[in-house]
Write a protein that binds this ligand. Structure first.
Ligand SMILES: NC(=O)c1ccc[n+]([C@@H]2O[C@H](COP(=O)([O-])OP(=O)(O)OC[C@H]3O[C@@H](n4cnc5c(N)ncnc54)[C@H](O)[C@@H]3O)[C@@H](O)[C@H]2O)c1
Length: 372
């Protein structure tokens, strides 16, 4: 199969769909890999790295799309890219179609087969191609939060780990899922005094069993949250209610009770944010102040560490990518129901129920699509 990887063109996107290592593996399985010149630059991979892995370097995106059977990307195809997709071509990338009727229509009109990273599942009920980005954002949260806490950035001037004789920062993590657990691990590793709040008792039991010595946990109620937030130097928002906007767990009124210069890091901002005063920011201008409290609310945190994020995403997508290329999408999806859950569009029809419901478009079952 000819696998094409164009340069990402969405603003502020520095990741790339295939690493040189993934390229080398695909070629070892007998496939051709076509990389757009410069596609890896943002993640620190040069054309020479890809050439050494055996790829052909292609001058333009148009040529990559024209020559490839499968397109591997990171972000949803932008309007110009969607025009280059064609019937029978396979697209493997993040799509997030539910809030995006224009993209959905264009993908259906193109006749392509589109498999979305974010709806591929695993045997534990998880989302294996979303998890790596949650891991990255979680681990980054205490790092950006500690920068926000520095005096010159408007913060409280508190060092995460304190020093001998001086208490460490108090960090509260709301939500103990993938983001929250990774945030808590890193904050605890920096020496902070960390408490994780969650509403799932099984999750709290897991955190207690595995990380009981490293950080505390507590059941998430409005009262417990208010008490911990009042004392906190840093609060990290990491809740998720699948399919719903994030609940507002810290109100504006509560800010006046907090320590001046404390930092709120709202990782859940991509779902609307879990602090009432959160609004999405960018890497170019990541922080702002409300009532003396510093807010960091970047909606695409993994972009800040594009190289690590590209490698983490590549590790997760590679087995699926190889199956798609080795077997063809139909056989690969027939053999793996979790990959079939990733199928969103095929031959002009929508195949993902939640997207159809959100956009009012008729859907056919993925199983039926396999027969078309
Ligand atoms: N900003 C970014 O760049 C970025 C990157 C990755 C993920 N995210 C977002 O981070 C959020 C968390 O993602 P995740 O992968 O950790 O999800 P997850 O499902 O693994 O974890 C969410 C946790 O929140 C808990 N929760 C739900 N309601 C709660 C409440 N009221 N109080 C306390 N805990 C509650 C759940 O029990 C669960 O353990 C999501 O909104 C995700 O989209 C943002």
């Amino acid at each position: 199969m000819k696998i094409g990887c164009p340069t990402e063109i969405k603003p502020q996107e520095f990741r790339v769909g295939m690493t040189p290592d993934a390229t080398r593996e695909a070629i070892a399985h007998g496939h051709d890999v076509l990389i757009q010149s410069g596609a890896g630059n943002g993640a620190g991979f040069t054309d020479e790295d890809y050439t050494a892995a055996g790829a052909a370097i292609i001058g333009t995106a148009a040529e990559v799309f024209e020559k490839s059977d499968m397109i591997v990307k990171v972000k949803e195809p932008q309007a110009g890219e969607r025009k280059m997709l064609r019937e029978g071509q396979l697209l493997f990338t993040y799509l997030h179609l539910a809030p995006d009727p224009e993209q959905t229509k264009d993908l259906m009109d193109s006749g392509c087969t589109a498999i979305a990273y974010e709806t591929v599942t695993d045997a534990n009920g998880g989302l294996p191609l979303l998890a790596p980005m949650s891991e990255v954002a979680g681990r980054l949260a205490p790092q950006v939060g500690s920068w926000t806490l520095q005096k010159a950035n408007g913060g409280r001037g508190v060092l995460m780990g304190g020093v001998p004789g001086v208490a460490p920062a108090k960090v509260v993590v709301i939500g103990g899922g993938v983001v929250g657990t990774h945030a808590a691990k890193i904050a605890a590793g920096m020496g902070a005094d960390v408490t994780v709040l969650d509403r799932s008792l099984p999750r709290l039991r897991y955190l207690d069993d595995v990380y009981g010595g490293a950080f505390k946990n507590q059941y998430s109620t409005a009262g417990a949250t208010a008490e911990l937030v009042r004392e906190a130097d840093m609060v990290i928002g990491a809740v998720l209610i699948p399919g719903a906007a994030a609940p507002k767990l810290v109100t504006r009124a509560q800010l006046s009770e907090m320590k001046p210069g404390a930092a709120l890091v709202d990782v859940a901002i991509d779902q609307g944010g879990c602090f009432e005063t959160s609004r999405a920011t960018t890497h170019a201008d990541p922080i702002y102040e409300v009532d003396g409290i510093m807010h960091y609310c970047v909606a695409n945190m993994p972009g800040a560490v594009a190289r690590t994020s590209t490698q983490a995403l590549g590790n997760a997508t590679l087995p699926f990518l190889l199956n798609l290329a080795n077997k063809g999408w139909k056989q690969a999806c027939e053999d793996d129901p979790h990959l079939l859950n990733g199928l969103n569009v095929h031959a002009g029809q929508l195949t993902y129920y939640a997207v159809g419901k959100a956009l009012g478009i008729d859907v056919i079952s993925p199983a039926l699509a396999l027969k078309n």
